[in-house]
Design a protein around this ligand. Structure first.
Ligand SMILES: Nc1ncnc2c1ncn2[C@@H]1O[C@H](COP(=O)(O)OP(=O)(O)O)[C@@H](O)[C@H]1O
Ligand SMILES: [Mg+2]
Length: 249
């Protein structure tokens, strides 16, 4: 092999000539740590909601899903989050296709790998903010002290240090959502899935929550998939998926 003057081996490797090799190496490295769905189809009765969706979620990115009401956004998010089974298709987390795991195995898989934030916080009313955040860690089998230490750190990160012993009803809408973000993060999930997380918040609180998502991406390297009607959030995201008529438009 002849080296061109002024070019090093890296320049040479990056030339178009080696594109197939570059692609192969990229696939080998990145397919090992990747969340990906392939040819997902889902119907409810005669209504075909998802008509063959393929999607790769890169790590450390915020992917948003937009589309009209009824377009199938929540259905897609639920299948990605293993809360619902697809009729056809694959759901890959790294090297595992989890699409047809049993309900028990999936519950355990979700607890370890996926965090959820919903439009309505779904916090348990009888428990304090700290206890609500601890819950997924306790379910995972983490000791009480260790779970509380992590939960406290996360609530501090969310600016809620002074609110740890408050119950959900004693918190504002924005605070409740930040508690649910902390709860989603406690088991260090591969991915956080959020379904219209700011749909119920006023403009200022909504913007604060969105800022929080971006700082969690930047500081913790957290990956997010967020269903949203908020065009500003969608435009700021790393990738915007537009769902229309059961397909990615
Ligand atoms: N469990 C279900 N049973 C029957 N139809 C459903 C069910 N869940 C969703 N659908 C229907 O599937 C379509 C897509 O719903 P959804 O994914 O919730 O849309 P989006 O989140 O984009 O508003 C809607 O027409 C809805 O009525
Ligand atoms: Mg929805």
């Amino acid at each position: 092999m002849k080296f061109t003057k002024g070019k090093n081996i890296f320049d040479l490797f990056m030339s178009d000539k080696y594109l197939p090799l570059q692609t192969l190496i990229y696939l080998l490295v990145f397919s090992y740590h990747m969340i990906q769905i392939k040819n997902i189809k889902k119907s409810y009765g005669t209504l075909q909601v998802l008509k063959g969706i393929d999607l790769v979620i890169p790590e450390r990115q915020i992917v948003t899903i937009v589309g009209a009401s009824g377009a199938g956004k929540s259905t897609l998010l639920h299948i990605l989050g293993t809360l619902d089974y697809p009729d056809e298709g694959e759901v890959w987390y790294d090297q595992e296709n989890v699409a047809h795991y049993s309900p028990n195995k999936l519950a355990d898989f979700r607890n370890h790998n996926i965090g959820f934030v919903f439009q309505f916080h779904h916090l348990l009313p009888e428990f304090t903010a700290l206890e609500n955040v601890c819950m997924p860690a306790w379910i995972k089998g983490c000791g009480r002290k260790e779970a509380e230490r992590k939960a406290f750190e996360l609530l501090e990160l969310m600016g809620l240090k002074e609110r740890i012993s408050h119950k959900p009803a004693e918190l504002s809408g924005g605070e409740q959502q930040r508690v649910s973000v902390a709860r989603a993060l406690i088991n260090s999930p591969k991915i956080v899935l959020a379904d219209e997380p700011s749909g119920n918040l006023d403009t200022q609180t909504k913007n604060e929550l969105h800022k929080l998502f971006f700082s969690l991406r930047d500081e913790l390297g957290q990956t997010f998939v967020i269903v949203t009607h908020d065009t500003e959030l969608a435009e700021m995201s790393d990738r915007k998926i537009h769902l229309s008529d059961g397909q990615i438009a």
